[in-house]
Design a protein around this ligand. Structure first.
Ligand code: ZN
Length: 200
């Protein structure tokens, strides 16, 4: 049986008010471009590093680990199913790279962190904190594009905000439980930068 899924929202609350076209409908890339984008993301140094580390740890990095599909978020990872990239949400190569890095960290945690239980709020929270922190999802340049100002401590707030959004899609975590779980595991998981020496 597959466990709960780690769903990642495209950060709807983080869309800059003045973003893209009027009407808010942003153009996603064609499926062909998306598949080509995934192929090219596999050459990204961070993606390669994560896949190498997984292989070295004896984790399955089978060819169909990654699927291009249509879904309601930007991407997701589910134990036993692998990573999905939601092509209907992808506009730029950089977004595909980000989704892959984020989801590979979940896949890494799933394999390397023995006994990880996605139904356990704290376990899921830990992996979201790591994925949002280590993927650079909260790098200030990306936050500026989303319309957030850079300020002291902002990176950590961003990691918390995005982790909470992902946890809310977990049917096993109520809102209150999600918030508590993030606070409870924060120090340990934010500072756990494996397999990187420090946050890239
Ligand atoms: Zn995630």
């Amino acid at each position: 049986m597959a466990g709960a899924q780690a769903q990642d929202s495209v950060a709807p609350e983080a869309t800059p008010a003045s973003a893209s076209e009027p009407g808010g409908a942003s153009r996603c890339m064609s499926r062909e471009d998306c598949v080509a984008g995934i192929r090219s993301a596999l050459k990204h140094p961070t993606v390669r590093f994560l896949m190498e580390r997984m292989e070295k740890s004896g984790c399955p990095v089978w060819p169909r680990l990654i699927t291009a599909t249509t879904c309601s978020s930007s991407g997701g990872y589910a134990s036993g199913f692998g990573i999905k990239v939601c092509c209907n949400h992808m506009q730029f190569q950089d977004e595909i790279n980000q989704v892959l890095i984020h989801e590979l960290i979940h896949a890494y945690d799933d394999c390397v962190g023995k006994n990880l239980d996605w139904k356990n709020c704290a376990h899921h929270a830990c992996s979201e904190i790591r994925a949002n922190h280590l993927s650079g999802d909260c790098h200030y340049k990306r936050e500026l594009l989303r319309g957030f100002m850079k300020m002291r401590g902002h990176e950590q707030e961003c990691v918390k905000r995005r982790s909470l959004m992902s946890l809310k899609t977990n049917p096993y975590c109520s809102d209150a439980a999600a918030k508590d779980a993030i606070e409870a595991v924060w120090d340990i998981c934010y500072n756990d930068t494996r397999p990187f020496d420090r946050a890239p």
